[in-house]
Design a protein around this ligand. Sequence first.
Ligand code: 4NP
Length: 155
Amino acid sequence: MSGKKILVVCLGNICRSPTAQAVLRHKALLQNRDITIDSAGTSASHKGALPDSRSIRAGAARGYNFSGLYSRPVFEQDFVNFDLILAMDKSNLAELRRRCPAEHHHKLGLFLQHLPDYPKINEVPDPYYSGSQGFELVLDLIEQASEQLLIALTR
Ligand code: 4NP
């Protein structure tokens, strides 16, 4: 599978999904993979905002670059344009299912769906009201899931 377009989705598109976008694009580039990655939020409340400074700091310490990322809401057209739309948690997946036309429902899933521990571990916890540990956990889960996703996309 090449040329896939993947959209990663959380609530505000300032913590988890921009982190997933930064990690995935970094790993895809290292693997010379032809994959388009974007991110969005089910809420528009942070529209136009840069990623959260705590996400940028934690990600930068592991070598990830957040440049060019700004919060945007999920658009109706995203369900047509993307091949895979992966939510960070079940509530965001439920919201995507509610908005997505039936013909595109097969594109929806959870970002952690390829983890070896799935479905025991199936959500990236919202770090917004957590301390720095929450942001480290987000990175731990997203790094593992990104590796698994890139493997799954070669099958
Ligand atoms: P995210 O985190 O969904 O990972 O971007 C959040 C960002 C903002 C809020 C909640 C979660 N908020 O309530 O404003």
